[in-house]
Design a binder for this molecule. Structure first.
Ligand code: SF4
Length: 97
């Protein structure tokens, strides 16, 4: 497990995608939060979402996850299903305009 950028619990995404933007890397408040808050066992609530509500980089975090099509966990207060819906909504709005 990588500890690079202090983000061991997102090592897979981090290593496969772009590095986190500096603003998110430095401003995130989940740096030392338990992994399972953002990547819960199946059927458990991702309580990390509540932390996202007060995170100063929530918008940048979500945009990073959407841009990189992050498949797992909570990013910017959105679960993977919520991100998939958001991407679809944005595509629909683009088509409608
Ligand atoms: S929005 Fe949530 S997942 Fe993203 S950096 Fe902040 S606390 Fe972490």
């Amino acid at each position: 497990m990588s500890m690079e950028n202090g983000r061991p619990w997102r090592a897979t995404s981090y290593e496969m995608a772009k590095p986190l933007p500096k603003k998110v890397r430095e401003g995130r408040i989940c740096k030392y939060s338990p992994l399972e808050w953002f990547f819960p066992e199946k059927g458990l609530k991702p309580i990390g979402k509540e932390l996202c509500q007060i995170c100063p980089v929530v918008v940048d975090c979500l945009e990073f996850a959407l841009d990189n099509e992050e498949l797992f966990g909570v990013w910017g207060g959105y679960t993977k299903n919520e991100r998939r819906k958001e991407r679809q909504n944005r595509r629909n709005r683009t088509i409608a305009n």
